[in-house]
Design a protein around this ligand. Structure first.
Ligand SMILES: [Zn+2]
Length: 220
């Protein structure tokens, strides 16, 4: 699964296509150079490097921004894929691509067909010899799977539970009902953020997933 890479620096922008292996190397190099690494809900990775350069007698700040957009769009993992990937990650350097197409390691045994799919989608990347690493897409997909954040459906106009007729905030189209358009962003990790309106809850959810995805990229 290739990436469309855009590089902008000094007001110039150019695009290219990079492979999953290259994307992982670019990420590792960026982190090595202390660049800021972030990902958004569409799994688009942004690597921002700011450095000081000499400018005559003075110094100037120069910023280079790389964005890596997965093509096609990233999709969700199945539970089996998630389990295979987490085992491979646990096996670390011990995870190897065998001659028969299997992936073997300390705690993992992935059959050839599944291994081929993980590699084909860039979730795994061959990194020299028979060694394999979790790819950029894999790091993000694991984090996305672990944080299925969603927003609750607002109740809208509804009958009051206590049976008493509402005296305030009445609406002509909904006589005897009370409004509630609040929604909460919830995630299985325990994250919760309540809001008056669903779009605000959606913004909280987006923030949460972007934090989680960005954190997942810090240790490839
Ligand atoms: Zn979460």
């Amino acid at each position: 699964m290739p990436y469309t890479m855009t590089r902008s620096s000094d007001g110039q922008e150019n695009g290219s296509t990079v492979t999953d292996g290259q994307a992982l190397r670019i990420l590792r190099r960026g982190l090595h150079l202390h660049a800021d690494v972030a990902a958004d809900k569409d799994h688009i990775v942004t690597i921002t490097r700011t450095r000081l350069v000499l400018h005559g007698e003075d110094t100037a700040e120069r910023r280079t921004v790389l964005t890596l957009r997965p093509e096609p769009r990233a999709h969700r993992l199945t539970r089996t894929q998630y389990e295979d990937l987490t085992r491979i990650r646990k096996a670390g350097e011990a995870a190897r691509l065998r001659a028969d197409g299997r992936i073997g390691g300390m705690f993992c045994q992935v059959p050839p067909s599944a291994a081929r799919r993980l590699l084909g989608r860039g979730l795994l990347v061959a990194t020299g010899g028979d060694q394999i690493s979790i790819g950029v897409a894999g790091l993000l997909a694991i984090a996305g799977f672990e944080h299925p954040v969603r927003t609750t459906t607002p109740r809208g106009w509804h009958d009051p539970e206590n049976g008493r007729l509402p005296t305030t905030r009445q609406h002509r189209r909904h006589p005897y009902q009370v409004p509630d358009f609040s929604s909460t962003a919830v995630c299985t990790c325990g994250f919760r953020a309540a809001a008056d309106r669903r779009p605000y809850a959606a913004a909280f959810a987006r923030n949460h997933i972007e934090q989680v995805l960005s954190a997942a990229l810090q240790n490839p």
